[in-house]
Design a protein around this ligand. Structure first.
Ligand code: HEM
Ligand SMILES: *[C@@H]1O[C@H](CO)[C@@H](O)[C@H](O)[C@H]1NC(C)=O
Length: 309
């Protein structure tokens, strides 16, 4: 007897009441799943709509930035992220870098044209991961998200912080503080772009430059840092940051050298810059980091280049 015949026979033989209760259970489960899916879609749509309200036109930005001058004190806490530090240096999030709510960060990121739902995901991830347990607390207390974040906590390795950054030392290399930029790294990026780019890309730092410079940083870390840790997640994070630098801070895969210097070295908004006028599309958030990842692997640079820079 074939398998299908056998199963249809069993079905005929099964008592109708059992069949009925089974179909009611299936209906309840599928209705619950449909409600859940609808709720999820509703949440995502409202986050997307709300987030898009945050973007501003270049004229609105001009007015806004007048009320947000650069100001930085030695006691302020900062992160390994040039974007968050720039936002703090201009008071779009707490200037002292302390007690920052997830909502404050969300609002500032929307102003920059970051993708809303993904920003919510990242912020939730960070606020969960950085909740520090206390031995006196009940066991479950550690599974609650943080209420507020101090920026320097973002240096904790392997939450988002990783090795082979464009502008920061590796974590276990010579006791660095990754809240501080290494000026020589930024100067090297600029010198490299000046040396390499001709024609329309002259005066800009391009995606291709990013692939080469990141690969150089990677080779350099392998050479100098016994404790380097550039795992799959770190490579994923790096290629996303490549796109954040070139498509949100910069536009369409490149950034002018003065803007690069302003954001990465001084962590200040350049005077002639304005944020994206449209939210960074989700599609690009998938494809652009893939291009960065692939580009790094294809890059032909070798360590010899360091001597030329
Ligand atoms: C508009 C949104 C954002 C932009 C444009 C941006 C930009 C960047 C860039 C370009 C880097 C690479 C720096 C380097 O390689 O030296 C970076 C690193 C980093 N970002 Fe952001 N970022 C954004 C949002 C965030 C958010 C929401 C968080 C966390 C709350 C965050 C935390 C970090 C951290 C911890 C690093 C260090 C990673 C490393 O070790 O290199 N960033 N960001
Ligand atoms: C980076 O590392 C170098 C040596 O490995 C050290 O001299 C420098 O002070 C470090 N810079 C920062 C900002 O950590």
């Amino acid at each position: 007897m074939s398998k299908s015949k056998k199963s249809s026979l069993t079905r005929i033989n099964s008592p109708t009441s059992q069949k009925k209760s089974k179909s009611i259970a299936t209906r309840i489960i599928s209705t619950a799943l449909a409600v859940l899916a609808a709720y999820f879609v509703f949440i995502v749509i409202s986050i997307e709509v709300n987030g898009r309200r945050g973007v501003v036109s270049p004229d609105e930005w001009k007015e806004l930035i007048k009320r947000h001058p650069y100001q930085r004190r030695d006691t302020d806490l900062r992160s390994p992220c040039p974007m968050l530090n720039t936002l703090a240096n201009h008071g779009f999030i707490a200037r002292d870098g302390r007690n920052i709510k997830s909502q404050d960060l969300f609002d500032a990121l929307m102003l920059m044209g970051a993708p809303p739902s993904v920003s919510v995901l990242i912020l939730n991830y960070v606020y969960f991961r950085l909740q520090e347990p206390h031995p006196q607390d009940p066991l479950w207390a550690q599974f609650k998200p943080l209420k507020t974040l101090d920026l320097d906590r973002l240096t904790i390795f392997d939450v988002l912080e990783h090795d082979v950054s464009l502008t920061r030392n590796d974590t276990l290399l010579a006791h660095p503080d990754t809240t501080y930029v290494v000026p020589a790294y930024v100067e090297r990026m600029i010198k490299f772009a000046e040396m390499k780019n001709q024609g329309t890309s002259k005066g800009f730092f391009t995606r291709e430059n990013e692939h080469d410079v990141r690969k150089l940083r990677w080779l350099e870390s392998i050479r100098d840092n016994r404790n380097i840790h550039m795992d799959f997640f770190a490579q994923f994070a790096s290629s996303t940051e490549c796109s954040l630098l070139l498509d949100i801070i910069g536009r369409d895969g490149s950034i002018s050298l003065p803007h690069l210097k302003s954001f990465l070295l001084n962590e200040a908004f350049p005077e002639d810059w304005h944020p994206r006028e449209t939210t960074f599309p989700l599609k690009d958030l998938i494809t652009k980091p893939m291009i960065c990842w692939h580009g790094l692997r294809k890059s032909q640079v070798s360590l010899d280049l360091i001597n030329e820079l």
